[in-house]
Design a protein around this ligand. Structure first.
Ligand SMILES: C[S@@+](CC[C@H](N)C(=O)[O-])C[C@H]1O[C@@H](n2cnc3c(N)ncnc32)[C@H](O)[C@@H]1O
Length: 345
């Protein structure tokens, strides 16, 4: 079968890479997003003709039919549903595009396959309810899953909600529950075959990526620090490097034992009641912390943790801040690629 993919909320094209990963025949017939910075990255990798700067709220059934799109891949904005957000759900204007699509889907006879990604939490939203109703109305069979790249030996945690849906043949796994691992695989609590973080590192990373002194002094204790022999990292979000807490891990080239020794010495200083007001003690503390050589993961390393292929590039004009924002908003290519295989077999 030749798939004709409509990629909506396309960002930097994570879904397009997932489609390639799954080695399905066919092409992405159109990609659409309102973000011109993301679209420039998309065009840099796939050519300008494939991506349109477009508000999805204005998409019409006729256009989808004219494109003869039979597969819809999308990761709509997650802010209405994130735990950190206000969870205004369908009341949030960023939900409008998805609500609009829920009206369109039952009208689009060409569509046979749908894959949607969203944040964990979406499964209990009203938006999810709307979406499932649209799929039912259009006679799709559907399944829901919450998966993370660590289940695919990628050393990055990113729990995300996925819904896969198709017309015609039903799935041969239970539809009464939300799957928390890939159907047909066993959950592997030991994760023996997980890649080490050292396998995704760039060599000769410039000092620009070192965690600055002020962040080191004030925020080091809330950082999630990863050593080369570890097999994990936390979810990278769009605020990475800008906000410290909960936006992604940082890296030290030191072994766990070496950095533990340094943090013990820092702890000793912190336990001394006079150290807080002593400039000399604070300077000693900072010098100790500098020895940990903490740095941010580079955009290339974050892209690798999101399973983007090496051929993926940013245009030279994209700033690091923009790269982190775009990657933080994107998807894990391997997880979606595996789901596409599941969807199409
Ligand atoms: C979660 S991100 C999707 C990222 C994408 N899958 C990727 O791989 O980079 C959501 C995207 O939806 C876009 N977006 C939000 N509202 C939109 C709308 N009404 N029309 C078009 N794009 C929209 C944002 O600009 C953002 O790029």
């Amino acid at each position: 079968m030749d798939y004709r993919v409509l990629e909506l909320f396309s960002g930097i094209g994570g879904m397009h890479y997932a489609f390639k990963y799954a080695q399905l025949s066919g092409e992405v017939v159109a990609a659409m997003d309102v973000n011109t910075v993301a679209n420039a990255v998309y065009a840099h990798n796939y050519g300008a003709t494939s991506v349109k700067t477009r508000n999805i709220q204005s998409l019409a059934e006729k256009e989808i039919t004219k494109l003869n799109a039979n597969m819809l891949l999308m990761s709509p904005p997650c802010q209405p549903h994130t735990r950190q957000g206000l969870q205004r759900d369908v009341e949030d204007k960023r939900s409008c595009a998805l609500s609009h699509l829920c009206l369109l889907i039952p009208q689009c006879d060409t569509l046979e396959y749908v894959l949607m990604e969203n944040v964990k939490g979406f499964e209990v939203s009203q938006a999810r309810q709307q979406f499932i109703e649209a799929l039912n109305k259009a006679a799709f069979h559907w399944r829901e899953l919450i998966l993370t790249p660590t289940q695919f030996n990628v050393p990055n945690t990113r729990h995300r909600y996925y819904c896969i849906a198709r017309r015609g043949k039903d799935f041969d796994f239970d539809g009464e529950k939300i799957w928390e691992h890939m159907p047909g695989t066993k959950p592997d609590p030991d994760q023996q075959s997980m890649c080490k973080i050292s396998t995704i590192l760039e060599s000769d990373v410039p000092d620009d990526f070192l965690v600055p002194d002020d962040v080191l002094s004030k925020r080091v204790l809330v950082m999630d620090i990863i050593h080369p022999s570890q097999c994990r990292s936390m979810c990278f979000t769009k605020g990475y490097t800008h906000y410290t807490e909960g936006t992604g891990s940082v890296f030290t080239p030191l072994s766990e034992a070496e950095s533990h020794r340094i943090f013990e010495a820092v702890k000793q200083i912190d336990m001394d009641p006079n150290s807080k007001d002593s400039e000399e003690a604070q300077q000693r503390r900072l010098e100790l912390l500098r020895q940990v050589k903490l740095r941010y993961f580079t955009p290339r390393e974050v892209a690798r943790l999101m399973s983007f292929p090496e051929e993926f590039e940013f245009p030279t004009e994209t700033t690091n801040r923009q790269k982190y924002r775009l990657l933080g908003n994107s998807i894990n290519v391997c997880v979606v690629g595996e789901l596409l295989k599941l969807l199409t077999t």
